[in-house]
Design a protein around this ligand. Structure first.
Ligand code: FPP
Length: 249
């Protein structure tokens, strides 16, 4: 049993290996306080630190956070540029703690499409934390699932055109190996997907990988999310009966 002192939430040993989170509601959190939207993102970044520590101490193996989608470029220029600087600030202040906790940073998405300074910060964090074995902190950055599936299709089509594989060799494993999450191996599919802020949609996130994920939604805005809310989401996950299309034994 894992207990949270403040809330007295007790969890059983069934901790999800891979938790993915759509961190939504930063803008609304700020607007409700008559603050600029980016103030919500700044606060949201602090919550990322809290939840990373909580997930790692619960025994989560992979925490995937949707930090910037391929569609987020449509936002106003000043908001986009703030969001591009956030990973730099985050890694500048948090990498020593990540190393201490044995957390390894990875990125899913098109890193090469990010500004150079953001790419440099991300690549530095990836190499500085490369020895971490406790948990992977996987940022979905410049990530979009349809883009990922398009690239996968193109890559497999090219392999067929090159004569490297025959069409009959295309199966679920080959597709998974050609997705941007392939480095996660058996842990690529989230067990639990959380979305904050009351919105109940997937927004182009891990469409292939969430085929059998448990989806849990909360009205809490991301900047208000904390260890207790996280434990509540996991508690909800533990009530679910996962059958993966089979029937109960
Ligand atoms: C969605 O809220 C949030 C984002 C698009 C950005 C998420 C980024 C963070 C939480 C910080 C990430 C930190 C690091 C280290 C990269 P929204 O702006 O769509 O909120 P709204 O729906 O209320 O407008």
């Amino acid at each position: 049993m894992k207990a949270n002192q403040q809330s007295k939430i007790t969890l059983n040993e069934n901790i999800p290996n891979h938790v993915a989170i759509i961190m939504d509601g930063n803008g609304r959190w700020a607007q409700r306080r008559f603050m600029p939207r980016v103030a919500g993102h700044k606060r949201g970044m602090e919550v990322v630190k809290t939840i990373t520590k909580a997930a790692s101490s619960l025994g989560v193996k992979v925490l995937t956070l949707y930090a910037f989608s391929t569609e987020n470029w449509k936002r106003p220029q000043d908001e986009v540029s703030f969001l591009m600087k956030l990973p730099i600030t985050f890694f500048d202040t948090f990498v020593p703690e990540l190393i201490e906790q044995g957390v390894r940073v990875k990125v899913t998405g098109n890193i090469e499409g990010l500004p150079q300074a953001t790419q440099d910060a991300v690549n530095r964090a990836i190499s500085d934390t490369a020895h971490g074995t406790k948990m992977i902190l996987n940022f979905a950055l410049n990530y979009g699932s349809r883009d990922e599936l398009t690239q996968m299709t193109r890559s497999i089509a090219q392999q067929v055109a090159n004569g490297e594989i025959v069409p009959e060799a295309i199966d679920e494993q080959l597709i998974a190996r050609n997705l941007q999450t392939s480095f996660l191996g058996d842990l690529a599919d989230p067990d639990l997907l959380i979305r904050t802020s009351g919105e109940e949609r997937i927004s182009n996130f891990l469409l292939w990988q969430i085929a059998y994920s448990e989806l849990v939604f909360t009205d809490t805005l991301w900047p208000d999310f904390n260890e207790q809310t996280f434990m509540e989401m996991i508690k909800e996950y533990q009530k679910r009966d996962r059958r993966f299309g089979a029937i109960k034994k």
